[in-house]
Write a protein that binds this ligand. Structure first.
Ligand SMILES: [Zn+2]
Length: 225
């Protein structure tokens, strides 16, 4: 873990992931950029809007046989609501994102943008990624509402991006993010909360919710007749 000191307030500022370039100081809220030799404050980050989630920085999960720690998050708003992107690292060489939207969780990994996506696809178009077709299901503009922790990309408040959501013809999804600082492709799958083996979650009153999720519909404890 690389240890730095916040240039604004002097608090310890750990970078736990080798790929993290940006971190938000937990003490003063400064956004700090890491260069090869030092760190530099580039502004004060907005506090994340309140939201109810058991996830928090430092929580751990298991996915595909690896153990990840949540290191940072972005809150992204769009005209109909907001979602959270959690950046996570396995302490070795793997990074991934956990998307939290309306109680659904998805794990995704960044991919190189292939030639098939050299031009932005339009709604309904089917794009081949490898041998799998992905249909463009939604295109929306999102604005970064705030961030916390450490992140591999600069996402200041107000950063605008276009999010092109694609649904796999067999399983999974792909998401293309286009912003002024580049294009990024992520592929992943939705994962039920129970399968991620979370530890270190935040206590949330009234959570877990009383309604059974799809994974529990056949659990005899939830059968009503
Ligand atoms: Zn600070």
């Amino acid at each position: 873990m690389a240890q730095y000191t916040c240039p604004s307030c002097g608090a310890d500022l750990p970078f736990r992931s080798s790929v993290s370039v940006y971190a938000v100081c937990a003490s003063c809220g400064s956004t700090v950029v890491r260069t090869d030799l030092a760190v530099e404050a580039i502004g004060i980050m907005a506090t994340l809007p309140d939201e109810i989630t058991p996830l928090q920085i430092g929580a751990r999960l298991a996915w595909q046989g690896r153990h990840f720690t949540l290191l940072g998050r972005l809150r992204i708003g769009w005209e109909d609501g907001a979602w959270t992107e959690w950046f996570m690292d396995d302490g070795a060489a793997s990074q991934a994102w956990l998307t939290e939207a309306q109680g659904l969780l998805a794990v995704s990994v960044e991919q190189d943008v292939p030639p098939a996506l050299a031009a932005a696809p339009s709604l309904g178009e089917v794009v081949m990624l490898g041998s799998t077709g992905f249909r463009v299901a939604d295109i929306k503009r999102g604005t970064c509402l705030g961030s916390e922790g450490e992140l591999p990309l600069a996402a200041p408040k107000g950063r605008i991006a276009t999010y092109i959501d694609m649904v796999g013809q067999t399983a999974g999804f792909a998401g293309l993010e286009e912003s002024e600082d580049g294009r990024r492709l992520y592929t992943g799958t939705y994962v039920p909360f129970e399968r991620l083996g979370f530890t270190g979650l935040r206590d949330v009153e009234g959570w877990p919710p009383p309604l059974p999720d799809p994974e529990r519909r056949h659990d005899p404890r939830y059968l009503t007749h």
